[in-house]
Design a protein around this ligand. Structure first.
Ligand code: ADP
Ligand code: ZN
Length: 718
């Protein structure tokens, strides 16, 4: 059969992507091949299709046991004979797989690189006997010191071309830079390889950097707007993963922590809950990710700055592998740069330290840039890109040039009077005329003391940051860095030069927070998703291996009710059609006939979402909050006593506003409520984010949350 026919019949796809077809043809012609494709680009098909067409066995080297298992499970569900061998297996299990291969019953065999250790003669002699067609090396950058993920075991693969002469090798990676690329080809000893390099751009991911003063509040709203979707939240420290997961659970979200310090059992369990779509949110350190090949991750949030752009791109790249719109959000706090530079230092290796620090500063530059984020990223990876992508926070918010001369003059003269011996907080406090004890009497006598009452402290700190980023101020390199004026600033002070800066307006309402360009029946989708979960549990595989979200969306759009209509649905190969087609068609048929989902699925799709009430009648956390509120404690007090955030307290109370137990005007001024109701009446479905943009700074997310709860409450007069 032709590659294209296999693509349709076995995998259920209509057309090839990027360089897939060319790579497949070259490999089938017996050539060595090098494939560079971004994550989610579709590397696997490049060797899977040739494997199905060729006579013998294709050996696939993959670094992680978990990945291997998923890939093999996925192949089997498409009716393909594949297996894996790894160190976790018993000898006899291994022998069984090998025998199957020798009998010609396997098309693909997945193995870990350490199998190729020459000391393990038995595997080599097995391979010599087997009818091997060729080798595919996944994550090939692991062979290079230049890559970000060098694995010594991969070096064993250097011998492949010599030990199996004439067998083509395909090396695949998503790792970008040129040095790594050439190094892979050289170390693998590829002979005159066909090289296919696809663009690195991940069009379906939107990038946003936020400088929020109320990060948690902002995060809650983001998660509410994305309710039920799967996502990863990265934090720097292990403890933070646990406390944040706890906070989110308190606030009613279904979230679990993941970090390398958890025992292996918990780790495996949490990973599985996430993979199988049973818990949508995982809060993790960067230990989480390698081996996560989950296609329907809809968002990746960074609570702290990643240490370099490579890591950032890799971590955000875990979103949207299925090609559907996904979001990458980073909460940027300039203070992180200082914290991380501490980690970037490598004892006794100045050169390496400098490289690491430099990478860190580039990461910070990325956050502070006022040009298109995607363009910045692409340029970083050596690709050109047009000025605007239309899908990042910069492109979607307006950039304006503003005059900051007055603010700059005040800041600069405050610095001069403070002898340039302090940091931004002290400068801001001085301008505000702070009464804090840190303000020494001599400071209070300065002319600039209290000269900046017109802006709040946080605003002054932002201005200082802005001037820092624009080169008017610099940080000294001392152990305890302080701020100094640069030549540019002196010109402002002495020659009355104007300070005009490009700034991003804090306005995100254009961001594609929801996949708005896709129109599909959301409740049918939920039902199909529930059906998929049931099937996945029965088969004991992650849900996405049964069908991708993309396929479910297509089903919920085209709503096929007959078997042959499934041929037009991407992702339904012939085996899957036979095995699961009926189950999904049945859901659609019932839904179309009765206008609602079958009851057993409704239960499941609800269950998938966040749980607020404990079914066993135990007092829920929100109930405890309510009781304390009834006892007369303030929100602040409850937050302290319960060690949860104030916004979490408000989230708890909003539940009781919805049930009519609390009058919303106890929590939010009636005038404000009225305004929010007004907006909700016009567009009840709008996201809290958008609402906040319209309402402005005087309204908090908590105000909106309470008003929303009241708005959907049947008891309340609006
Ligand atoms: P990578 O290994 O490059 O990260 P995968 O091989 O896992 O990517 O493919 C990502 C997703 O895209 C998978 O769900 C895969 O089935 C799907 N896919 C691959 N090729 C095609 C294609 N030609 N048409 C539609 N979907 C495809
Ligand atoms: Zn852009």
């Amino acid at each position: 059969m032709e590659p294209k026919q296999i693509l349709k019949q076995v995998f259920g796809y209509d057309s090839f992507r990027l360089h897939q077809e060319a790579a497949i043809t070259s490999f089938l012609n017996g050539r060595d091949v090098f494939v560079l494709m971004p994550t989610g680009g579709g590397k696997s098909l490049c060797f899977q299709i040739p494997a199905l067409i060729s006579e013998g066995l294709t050996v696939v080297v993959s670094p992680l046991i978990a990945l291997m298992k998923d890939q093999v499970d996925a192949l089997r569900l498409n009716g393909i004979e594949a297996a894996y061998i790894n160190s976790s297996m018993h000898h006899y299990e291994q022998a069984e797989v090998e025998q199957k291969a020798l009998d010609g019953k396997l098309k693909m065999l997945y193995v870990a690189p350490e199998r190729f250790n020459l000391a393990d003669n038995s595997f080599y002699s097995f391979l010599k006997k087997a009818n091997v067609t060729g080798f595919a090396i996944d994550e090939a950058h692991c062979i290079s010191h230049w890559g970000h993920d060098f694995r010594p075991d991969y070096l064993e693969l250097s011998a492949l071309k010599k030990d199996f002469p004439g067998k083509p090798v395909m090396a695949l990676t998503a790792s970008a830079d040129k040095a790594t690329r050439t190094d892979i080809i050289e170390k693998m000893g590829l002979l005159n390889p066909a090289v296919y390099i696809s663009s690195f751009n991940r069009e379906n991911i939107s990038y946003a950097i936020k400088n929020s003063q109320t990060v948690f509040e902002d995060l809650l709203t983001f998660l509410e707007d994305n309710n039920g979707k799967s996502g990863i939240i990265y934090t720097l420290k292990r403890n933070d993963t646990e406390s944040l997961a706890h906070e989110l659970t308190e606030a009613g979200f279904n979230a679990i922590p993941y970090h390398a310090g958890l025992d292996s059992h918990t780790r495996a369990k949490h990973q599985e809950l996430f993979l199988k779509d049973e818990v949508p949110i995982v809060v993790a350190t960067i230990a989480f990710g390698m081996g996560i090949d989950k296609p329907n991750v809809r968002f990746v949030v960074h609570m702290t700055l990643p240490k370099n752009i490579e890591s950032y791109y890799q971590e955000t790249g875990r979103a949207g592998r299925d090609g559907l719109p996904s979001e990458a959000v980073l909460y940027y706090n300039r203070g992180d740069v200082g914290k991380l530079s501490y980690f970037a230092r490598i004892e006794g290796n100045e050169k390496q330290t400098e490289i690491m620090l430099n990478k860190l500063y580039q990461m910070a530059d990325f956050c502070e840039t006022v040009t298109c984020r995607r363009k910045f990223l692409m340029n970083y990876f050596g690709e050109s890109h047009p000025d605007e992508c239309g899908n990042c926070d910069i492109c979607l918010s307006s950039i304006s040039v503003e005059d900051y001369t007055i603010e700059a003059q005040k800041i600069f003269s405050a610095m001069v009077r403070l002898d340039q011996q302090f940091g931004s907080y002290m400068i801001a406090d001085l301008l505000r005329g702070s009464k804090s004890r840190k303000m020494k009497p001599w400071m209070r006598n300065l002319k600039t003391y209290g000269a900046g009452q017109e802006h709040p402290r946080a605003k002054w700190i932002q201005y200082i940051d802005l001037l820092l980023h624009n080169g008017y101020i610099k940080r000294t390199r001392a152990e305890m860095p302080v701020l100094e004026l640069t030549e540019k600033a002196w010109r402002v002070l002495k020659q009355n030069e104007k300070v005009r800066l490009r700034v991003k307006k804090e306005q995100h309402s254009q961001l594609p927070y929801r996949d708005r360009n896709i129109e599909y029946d959301v409740s049918l989708f939920e039902g199909l998703r529930a059906q998929r979960l049931l099937l996945a549990q029965k088969e004991e595989v992650p849900a996405f291996i049964i069908l991708s979200d993309k396929t479910l969306i297509e089903l919920a759009t085209k709503k096929p009710t007959k078997e042959d209509q499934l041929d037009n649905i991407s992702g339904f190969g012939s085996v899957k059609k036979g095995r699961y087609g009926g189950a999904f068609l049945e859901v659609i048929r019932q839904y179309e006939k009765k206008g609602r989902l079958p009851d057993e699925l409704k239960f499941h799709s609800k269950n998938y979402k966040k749980k607020r009430k404990d079914r066993h009648g135990k007092e829920t956390s929100s109930q405890t909050t309510l009781n304390m509120y009834r006892e007369g404690h303030t929100i602040k007090k409850i937050s302290e006593l319960r060690a949860i955030k104030e916004s979490t307290v408000m989230a708890h109370l909003s539940e009781f506003v919805e049930t009519g137990d609390i009058n919303p005007s106890e929590l939010v001024e009636p005038a404000k409520l009225k305004i929010i109701y007004h907006h909700l009446k016009q567009e009840p479905e709008q996201l809290s984010r958008e609402l906040k943009d319209k309402l402005g700074e005087n309204f908090t997310y908590s105000d909106i949350r309470i008003a929303r709860a009241a708005f959907s409450s049947p008891q309340i007069q609006r």
